[in-house]
Design a protein around this ligand. Structure first.
Ligand SMILES: CCCCCCCCCCCCC/C=C/[C@@H](O)[C@H](COP(=O)(O)O)NC(=O)CCCCC
Ligand SMILES: Nc1ncnc2c1ncn2[C@@H]1O[C@H](COP(=O)(O)OP(=O)(O)O)[C@@H](O)[C@H]1O
Ligand SMILES: [Ca+2]
Length: 567
């Protein structure tokens, strides 16, 4: 077989202009060639002939180059030969092309590639290159396809779960109209399951799906749908590795299949915090190019019973109450959170309990850093290599040689939040803990102690501005590896919430069913799911799962002045 050169260069036409097009191992570049000699006019045929006659002369710099475009090979989606007739019919100015084509054997190929349109949004663009003859055209298509086939990180076969009821109930339409054709263009085959009930995706993954067939799992929906897929995949991986989920000290086996999120939910915080935007086309393109972003997962146990995993927010008090209330108003769609957020703010409930935690000592970052977790994050790459088996402190300060010292805080709290990532979302573009990291093996505990409504409002409002939400006397933040929460009133006293009534704000009053007084315990909001216990033990499992994402690139639009740890 004829050996192809490692760098391919040709003079090709794009629209009616002449370009020097080069493909090396990493880049496809096209530079417009502006000839100093007389203006090249006439129809396309004569321009091309003229261009090719000048090919040698160009190498002797008789031409100058302007308008350089380049695309990394890793961001090329597809390449295909293009029918010149069809292409040119679309271009009004080249109406007579079919005649010329027969004369000159003009043919063309089209490259589809990622175009970054700002604010982290990606689009699929097409560029058609016209060649003077078929051999050159075929050589280009062959070479480009060969380069793409070397990109082994790209998925070829995907399992897709669509939640038709997430967010504004547009999951199916979003997938069919915005994503499916991109997967087809990139030669990705799919098995699509539209879920029929809650936990359909989780249970299918856990027990039925033949995971050997797939290079990744895609969920179309919100954070709750992502959580289902995470639970299914982790459970399956642990059962394949013989790990007991109820053992809170067990080291979990890493999940190798990547998960992609096509955002179609209400908060879309995981997509937003890993890609920088909740846009279905952008996410589809990250999946196609085969990006990888590792992510921490918190395991949540009640004594030695497994409850849930969390990748974004574990929130007790304010965020727990918002979620509990919002579940009754699902019909409102994403607006339910604004409505319940307002009600919960007015109710101003505080909760008593004890939080014990193991501070993260061996990590490079801190929750008060001005730097952010970005693509290629230095902190995540230099994480503590391995999480030691989880050993729970006995309640009071527990000294453990290998782990360090547990810290214990008892008090009255409006909110106790554990953010394993920034939790940036459209409601709060910097998130609950702006300096949290996606894959550093830690979670940030944010304690908001009992304070006035006005002060709490100041704290909440700072999530939407550049002001520091932690710089308030009643707010504390700690970066931890493990934590444990014990409410002042034990769970079992209040475990059957069906026995209780609601007050005027729809809040559950558990100890005095007919009054408006403060409920003694809140619920944990675990990535949008309500936990059935208030007493929990949490451990962070560093980089347990992987996403089709690359972290947020460059400075985000809301914090242009912030320096980054990215290298
Ligand atoms: C007065 C202005 C107040 C602004 C405060 C804004 C702070 C918002 C931070 C939101 C963090 C969200 C973390 C993610 C939580 C999701 O897992 C969860 C479920 O999402 P989904 O499956 O898409 O429904 N979403 C929530 O719990 C919503 C919290 C909204 C609180 C207002
Ligand atoms: N077919 C279905 N019918 C009802 N609920 C479903 C279905 N598929 C998934 N779910 C559940 O819907 C919940 C919310 O889904 P999600 O996609 O996160 O939307 P949202 O962001 O609006 O909450 C998830 O907890 C998931 O378990
Ligand atoms: Ca983390």
């Amino acid at each position: 077989m004829e050996k192809q050169p490692s760098v391919l260069t040709s003079l090709l036409l794009v629209k009616s202009r002449l370009f020097e097009v080069t493909l090396n191992r990493t880049l496809l570049t096209w530079k417009e060639v502006q000839l100093r000699r007389k203006k090249v006019s006439g129809n396309i045929s004569s321009r091309l002939r003229f261009g090719f006659c000048l090919a040698n002369a160009l190498h002797r710099t008789r031409g100058i180059t302007a308008g350089v475009h380049s695309v990394p090979v890793s961001e090329i989606i597809a390449v295909r030969e293009t029918e010149v007739d069809k292409e040119t019919k679309d271009e009004g100015k080249w109406q007579k092309m079919s005649h010329i084509t027969t004369e000159t054997n003009l043919c063309a190929f089209t490259v589809s590639y990622v175009e970054k349109t700002g604010q982290h949004r990606w689009r699929c663009s097409n560029m058609t290159f016209f060649c003077s003859d078929e051999t050159i055209c075929q050589q280009w298509v062959r070479k480009l396809k060969e380069q793409l086939s070397l990109l082994t990180c790209r998925p070829k076969h995907l399992l897709v779960y669509i939640n038709p009821y997430g967010g504004k109930q547009q999951g199916k339409q979003i997938y069919e109209h915005k994503v499916a054709q991109l997967f087809t263009l990139a030669s990705i085959s799919t098995d699509v399951i539209v879920t029929e009930h809650a936990n359909h995706a989780r249970d299918h993954l856990k027990t039925q799906a033949d995971l050997r067939k797939y290079d990744g799992i895609i969920c179309v929906g919100g954070d709750g749908m992502f959580s289902e897929v995470v639970h299914g995949l982790i459970a399956r991986t642990q059962s394949d590795s013989g790990v007991d989920l109820n053992d809170s000290q067990a080291k979990l086996a890493q999940c190798n299949l990547r998960i992609g999120i096509i955002p179609a939910g209400s908060t879309d915080c995981i997509c937003y915090a890993t890609v920088g935007v909740n846009d279905p086309v952008t996410s589809a393109l990250h999946i196609i190019v085969g990006d990888t972003q590792p992510m921490d997962v918190c395991s949540v146990h009640n004594h030695n019973t497994f409850l849930k995993y969390s990748v974004s927010l574990l929130g007790y008090g304010f965020y727990g109450d918002v979620l509990t209330d919002s579940e009754r108003n699902r019909w409102m769609g994403p607006a339910r959170y604004d409505f319940s957020g307002f009600k919960t703010f007015l109710s101003h409930h505080y909760y008593e309990g004890t939080i014990s935690f193991l501070p993260a000592t061996n990590t490079l970052g801190s929750p008060r850093d001005s730097s952010r977790c970005r693509s290629g994050c230095y902190v995540c790459q230099h994480r503590v290599k391995d999480i030691s088996p989880i050993k729970w402190g006995g309640g009071d300060v527990n000294e453990n040689e290998s782990e360090g010292e547990w810290k214990v805080i008892k008090g009255k709290f409006l909110a106790i939040n554990a953010a394993s990532m920034s939790c940036a979302c459209p409601r709060s573009p910097k998130g609950l803990s702006p300096a949290a990291h996606l894959a550093d093996g830690t979670t940030d505990i944010i304690l908001v102690r009992k304070c006035s409504r006005l002060n709490f409002l100041r704290h909440l409002l700072r999530h939407t501005s550049k002001d520091d939400q932690f710089d308030l006397t009643f707010v504390e933040v700690y970066r931890v590896k493990k934590f444990k929460f014990t409410p002042n009133h034990c769970d079992s006293e209040f475990s059957n919430i069906r026995d209780v009534r609601e007050n005027a704000f729809g809040q559950i009053c558990r100890d005095h069913p007919s009054c408006d007084c403060t409920p003694v315990n809140s619920n944990w909001n675990c990535d949008g799911e309500i936990l059935e216990h208030a007493a929990i033990e949490v451990g962070v499992h560093c980089q347990l799962i992987k996403l089709f994402a690359r972290g947020i690139e460059e400075n985000p639009p809301f914090e242009e002045d912030v320096s980054s740890f990215a290298v």
